[in-house]
Design a protein around this ligand. Structure first.
Ligand code: ZN
Length: 455
């Protein structure tokens, strides 16, 4: 949705001056806390690493460095995945040893190598330990992330289904990169016929054991078209996303929608942290995030596949404390994830204002994930009316919620409670971490709000 048309006055019923005054109050409170806290200690900021535990993560990285990394020079090169331009320049080397480039034509960040499953098939053959970690990661996802995945996929599907034209019978859904099959489980639970494609053999096997129809390659599916085709956090892992999107487009029913989530190149965290960014990696036990698209470059890629980008929403949140710690130089160059938090009073302040920064960032389009909706070129008018309604309804809803919260919840405890509910609804594990930190300083915040220093 597009919030950028709304001013703070429209959205929150607050003037810029009123917002500035609130921020200054918080800043004064921070200095009060700093005096109480005395000499502050700094600790390593915990960073989430998807479904993999930090222990497995380090183990996989170690195996990769000794057995996998020397194979990189054997990989073929590739042009920009979005626009196919050959001219690019290096921007950073990731912690797992890949050089990321920036396309000089469209700005996409990418690994200019054909990183595919073949590389990891070769690695697993050479190193049974590497194969064992990959297998563990797949079963960790099945056992630990089921609830989180299900509500995330139900939320995504619920956002798309009302946009589709009326049709007879059940909707037909295809998820490409379905992992252990949680997306298929979610779709079936609301009466949708669901098929999946998963090239990674371990999670694919788990999905089939659960009774889902999952093939390794799109070409292996029986003929037929789908009303919804999704790529949830998948396009960033594919060496030739154009070919994959063209295939998907050929399987999309007339009046169907292609939906996907993909990391945002314009995310504040990625652009600032670069080689220190947890999710900027080329792949140490599966193809990593080898493509970072912006809204502009994803539109370009879709266009080349005969598709049209008709809506982008942004989600999740950049980690304010991590960014502040990094910018203060709290890093150890030898360790990938050793960003030190800023001193406690500053962390508290950053955590205190970050939910508001996140709202501003959703307006700016700099949150870490893009939720995109596309259709066949020429089908745009089919969805225009419903999309406009959706955008208007969402903006009105945010405005009402914000105003109600400001009027009815003057105390910080209930504001934090409301924030927690909001985060749980979004299944945002990064933001939940931030929330837990804020919860720790709830007492300090309460005293802060009780005795404001300015008026
Ligand atoms: Zn390009």
């Amino acid at each position: 949705m597009n919030y950028s048309q709304l001013s703070f006055k429209d959205t929150l019923g607050l003037s810029t001056e009123e917002l500035q005054r609130s921020l200054l109050k918080l800043l004064l409170g921070m200095h009060e806390l700093a005096q109480e806290a005395g000499e502050a200690s700094r600790e390593i900021v915990p960073t989430p690493i998807s479904a993999i535990t930090p222990k497995d993560h380090n183990k996989a990285l170690e195996i990769w460095r000794s057995d996998g990394l020397p194979m990189l020079p054997t990989l073929p090169g590739r042009p920009c995945p979005a626009c196919e331009a050959e001219t690019s320049h290096a921007v950073f080397e990731s912690y797992d040893g890949y050089t990321f480039h920036e396309c000089q034509r469209c700005g996409t960040w990418y690994v200019p190598l054909g990183v595919t499953w073949d590389l990891f098939a070769r690695l697993f053959e050479k190193s049974p330990a590497a194969a064992a970690v990959a297998k563990d990661v797949a079963s960790q996802r099945r056992s630990q992330l089921e609830d989180q995945d299900l509500s995330r996929f139900l939320r995504y599907l619920a956002a798309v289904m009302p946009l589709l034209p009326e049709r007879e019978g059940s909707l037909r859904y295809l998820d490409i990169g379905c992992n252990v099959g949680h997306s298929l489980q979610a779709a079936k639970s609301v009466g949708i016929l669901a098929h999946g494609v998963e090239v990674d053999p371990y999670p694919g096997e788990i999905a089939r054991r659960e009774g889902h129809t999952v093939v390794r390659f799109l070409e292996d599916l029986p003929p037929g078209n789908y009303d919804i085709i999704s790529f949830w956090e998948t396009l960033e892992h594919i060496a030739d996303p154009l070919a994959e999107l063209q295939l998907a487009s050929s399987r999309l029913a007339e009046g169907g929608l292609l939906v996907f989530t993909v990391p945002n190149l314009m995310a504040l965290g990625l652009r600032l942290l670069r080689e220190k960014c947890t999710y900027a990696y080329g792949g140490f036990n599966s193809p990593g995030h080898i493509n970072f698209f912006s809204k502009r470059s994803i539109a370009l890629l879709l266009d080349r596949a005969g598709l049209s980008l008709i809506n982008v929403d942004y989600e999740y949140s950049n980690m304010g404390v991590e960014l502040a710690g990094y910018l203060q130089g709290g890093i150890d160059p030898a360790q990938p994830f050793s960003i030190l938090s800023p001193p406690k009073h500053l962390s508290d302040f950053v955590n205190g204002i970050w939910p508001i920064i996140t709202m501003i960032e959703s307006t700016m389009g700099t949150l870490p994930m893009m939720q995109c909706i596309a259709c066949h070129k020429g089908s745009e008018p089919l969805f225009a009316g419903k999309l406009a309604e959706k955008t208007q309804a969402a903006a009105a809803n945010i405005r009402e919620q914000a105003i109600a919260r400001l009027k009815e919840s003057p105390d910080p405890a209930s504001l934090l409670e409301a924030m927690k509910e909001e985060l749980q609804k979004r299944d945002d594990h990064v933001a939940m971490r931030i929330y837990r930190r804020i919860e720790k300083i709830r007492t300090s915040l309460q005293s802060l709000f009780r005795k404001p220093r300015t008026s």
